[in-house]
Design a protein. Structure first.
Length: 292
């Protein structure tokens, strides 16, 4: 990442500098320009855990990129934006090069738009999968029958450590501060419990145009369906979004409750593959496309 002194302007007059909280209204305006649904509050929540770079020309922010460092070996990159009027000038490449500085020994995860995928491939990222973004007015979902010994229950205020451990195992990287923040701000969090042991969970949070379901961590597909059906019913009649890994097999289930597919970003990784313990929980729905 660049130091606190802005670098010399390129031939187009664009300067890169570290992003600060004072820049959030301007970066939020960039997402509005692209018709991304983020609220200023969404930016504030993710930036609290991030480091960022902005591209500035004549005092106006024309681009940004953020990164999140998870533990010593992992990172995610997201909210990489260049205003349409300034695209095609390699500003995105300069932002990505800056935000990747110092991450050579880390596994870096991102979710790419079709427009950004070529740039990320040139920077060493490889495709590992696809997301499916589903959204719409949630309909009440039929309850999913659970096997004996399994139940859904509200998360307890003292369970943050258990949820952090489940998330870390499922995502393949430790994100304790983020999970704690999400739990504190979630409208609802439900735990999938087996014989009094948390085995999965799902959160319902304010995001964008309404609410988002995620993260969703579960030991298997049936557990994920039970968690999502519960949250969709809690939020029935309201705009709801969920971003799933395509390989989860949840698409048909989501469409049956009014959450239709609207986008399909590419999951990309640079560095060692993400590893989850064999037999451990899986991540069925992410937090956001930016943080993974």
């Amino acid at each position: 990442m660049p130091d606190q002194t802005p670098n010399a302007p390129a031939g187009d007059g664009v300067v890169l500098r570290p992003m600060t909280p004072a820049d959030l209204p301007s970066t939020h305006a960039l997402t509005n320009l692209l018709r991304w649904p983020h609220r200023l509050a969404d930016w504030e929540q993710v930036f609290a855990h991030a480091e960022g770079i902005v591209a500035e020309r004549d005092g106006e922010i024309v681009g940004c990129a953020l990164r999140w460092l998870w533990g010593e070996r992992h990172a995610t990159v997201g909210l990489v934006i260049v205003t349409p009027a300034c695209q095609g000038r390699r500003i995105g490449h300069r932002l990505m090069s800056a935000v990747l500085e110092g991450l050579e020994d880390r596994t870096v995860l991102l979710h790419a738009t079709a427009e950004g995928r070529g740039l990320y491939e040139r920077l060493g990222f490889v495709r590992t999968g696809e997301l499916r973004q589903h959204q719409g007015i949630a309909q009440p979902a039929p309850l999913v029958a659970l096997q004996p010994g399994w139940r859904l229950r509200p998360a307890g205020v003292n369970e943050v450590a258990a949820l952090q451990a489940l998330d870390a195992a499922a995502r393949g990287m430790p994100r304790d501060a983020l999970v704690s923040d999400l739990l504190a701000s979630a409208d609802a969090c439900v735990v999938l419990d087996h014989d009094n042991q948390p085995r999965g969970f799902a959160m319902l949070r304010r995001f964008g145009r309404g609410h988002s379901i995620g993260p969703v961590v579960a030991p298997d597909l049936d557990g994920a369906k039970a968690l999502i059906a519960h949250m969709a019913s809690v939020n029935a009649g309201n705009f709801t979004r969920i971003d799933i890994d395509f390989d989860t097999g949840l698409a048909e289930c989501l469409e049956s409750i009014g959450l239709l597919r609207v986008d399909a970003p590419t999951t990309m990784v640079r560095g060692a593959p993400l590893v989850s313990p064999a037999g451990g929980p899986s991540l069925f729905a992410i937090v956001t496309q930016a943080v993974g």
